[in-house]
Design a protein around this ligand. Structure first.
Ligand code: FES
Length: 167
């Protein structure tokens, strides 16, 4: 159970007000909240429900149906492995498996230290450089299995450096 600050509650209510008159208000509200906070826990869904009159069950159904909404916070680095056709035929299945093996989490999960989340994505529009992986918006081209420990290691070092730790 999380406790939301008054500021957060006010912000969520303001987002609801902003989109309530739209044709598809729920999708727009949830997208804006996901963008602002990175996830949409039950407590937030309850505020949206109270504000819009849409049932929590319906909101929960939408949040869990679409993979770009998340019930839990994502990691500092979100590793989006494209599993679209072009990437898949170039080995994207092995790429995502290798990230899972190195990080010891399944796709959709976040490491315990909160550093990494693995997401399976559809085509990200980079088919010419398949298999492509997008990490926090940066696209890594033609990723090979052997590259993956190095990619993860660089991000771990980057995170440690950002915290002033020893990389
Ligand atoms: S299928 Fe992966 S970028 Fe298009």
């Amino acid at each position: 159970m999380i406790r939301l600050s008054e500021t957060s509650v006010a912000k969520i209510e303001e987002i609801c007000d902003r989109y309530i008159g739209e044709k598809t208000p729920l999708m727009m509200i949830l997208s804006a909240i996901q963008e602002e906070y990175g996830y949409i826990p039950l407590e937030v869904q309850e505020i949206v429900s109270a504000k819009t009159g849409i049932s929590v069950a319906e909101i929960y159904g939408v949040v869990t149906f679409y993979s770009f909404f998340s019930l839990k916070p994502k990691g500092k680095y979100v590793i989006g492995c494209c599993l679209g056709t072009a990437c898949y035929v170039k080995g994207a299945g092995q790429v995502i498996d290798k990230f899972s093996e190195v990080l010891k989490i399944k796709p959709g999960e976040t490491t315990e230290d909160g550093l990494f989340t693995i997401d399976a994505l559809r085509c990200i529009g980079a088919c010419g450089i398949a298999p492509a992986v997008s990490i926090n918006g940066k696209v890594y081209p033609k990723v090979q299995i052997k590259d993956i420990p190095g990619i993860v290691g660089e991000l771990v070092a980057e995170a440690a450096a950002a915290e002033g730790g020893i990389a």
